[in-house]
Design a protein around this ligand. Structure first.
Ligand SMILES: Cc1cc2nc3c(=O)[nH]c(=O)nc-3n(C[C@H](O)[C@H](O)[C@H](O)COP(=O)(O)OP(=O)(O)OC[C@H]3O[C@@H](n4cnc5c(N)ncnc54)[C@H](O)[C@@H]3O)c2cc1C
Length: 321
């Protein structure tokens, strides 16, 4: 059985939600194939306490400590991970899909000569095979990946945002701490980490979200959706094209490269439902989509749908509210 090692990423004294996605995958794997789950944390001695949430959810927690590991550093993180994994055999090394993981995972795979699977959003067990599921061609096709001789191999896997559920468990975790030496092993100097500006609203906490997409077509249509948001006491957010078009600020983007939201109501206006968007809002309590294309994928995850031009429906709605 494989050891399942989950890399825990942290920033500004908080564990990144993507690491919980990776833990969710680990649970799923464990249910299907067994194996012990470990978390691997690179940190400084001072920051160790921010990981207390992990204490009862996995079998083991490895803390590799060094003052230079307090924040992400590409060379030092890679070196620490490589040295740690070199000593292991037959494992899965899981990372949430973050920009740092995009950098670390393939570098590690190259350094350790291991196979790598990226952006995995599902796993399937059949009689004699294990299939990993992921999207191809920018989300247009969902396919299965099989790894030959998987029983004998270690694997690096990155997990797509929002694809697996983290669940609280009650396990007595074994804690293993090790101070590691990394002095003089860096060529890159990180000058400062800056917190992202949050803007005037934090959409991840909003209870009612009106999501707009490319289907809004023109900035001149913004006032009707702004009025709708006001009447519903909600906030406006959007798909990436809505942000790229400059209709909304970047902190309002929902999806794999934006924010994850879970409002009581998500009203999707002119949003097709690409997986990069859906991963950020699919867990909303109630999803209502308005789209003029009856085959838009957003309808497959919506509780209610209206097939219509949003510039006709929204003014009608406004009159009723
Ligand atoms: C690495 C990467 C990261 C990405 N990250 C994100 C992300 O974080 N968030 C995100 O959203 N996307 C992201 N994307 C982009 C994503 O793949 C899609 O392109 C995007 O989500 C599509 O946005 P959309 O639904 O607004 O536009 P489209 O896919 O163009 O859909 C527009 C929809 O509006 C409908 N429509 C048109 N006119 C009207 C009308 N008058 N009334 C009603 N409906 C109408 C159409 O039928 C269509 O379904 C990412 C892509 C990549 C490659």
């Amino acid at each position: 059985m494989k050891e399942i090692i989950v890399f825990i990423e942290h920033r500004f004294s908080e564990i990144l939600s993507n690491s919980y996605d990776a833990l969710g995958f680990a649970y799923e794997w464990q249910k299907l194939f067994g194996g012990e789950i470990s978390c691997l944390v690179l940190t400084s001695e001072e920051k160790k306490d921010i990981f207390s949430d992990l204490k009862n959810v996995v079998n083991k927690i490895y803390f590799l400590k060094n003052k230079f590991l307090e924040n992400y550093h590409p060379e030092l993180y890679l070196k620490a991970l490589k040295d740690f994994l070199k000593e292991k055999e037959n494992y899965l090394f899981l990372l949430g899909q973050t920009s740092n993981a995009y950098e670390l995972a393939p570098s590690l795979a190259t350094e350790l000569s291991l196979p790598i699977l990226t952006d995995i959003n599902g796993i399937e067990k059949t009689d004699n095979e294990i299939n990993f599921i992921r999207y191809f061609y920018g989300g247009k096709v969902c396919g299965k990946v099989e790894v030959a001789d998987i029983d004998k191999k270690s694997l690096i896997i990155t997990i797509q945002t929002g694809s697996f559920q983290f669940e609280k468990r009650e396990i007595n975790s074994e804690i293993i701490e090790k101070e590691i030496n990394l002095d003089n092993e860096k060529n890159i100097e990180i000058l400062e980490y800056k917190k992202e500006e949050t803007g005037e609203v934090d959409i991840s906490k909003a209870e009612i979200i009106i999501g707009i997409g490319r289907g809004l077509r023109d900035k001149k249509n913004l006032p009707i959706v702004e009025e709708l948001a006001k009447k519903l006491k909600g906030v406006l957010a959007g798909s990436r094209p809505a942000i790229d078009a400059g209709w909304l600020s970047k902190d309002r983007q929902i999806g794999s490269s934006g924010k994850t939201v879970k409002p009581k109501l998500y009203l999707a206006l002119g949003i097709s439902g690409a997986f990069q968007h859906i991963v950020g809002m699919k867990n909303s309590d109630l999803i209502i989509a308005i789209n003029k294309d009856p085959n838009a994928p957003i309808f497959s995850i919506s509780h209610y749908g209206i097939v219509e031009d949003l510039t006709k429906i929204v003014p009608t709605l406004l009159k009723k509210l």
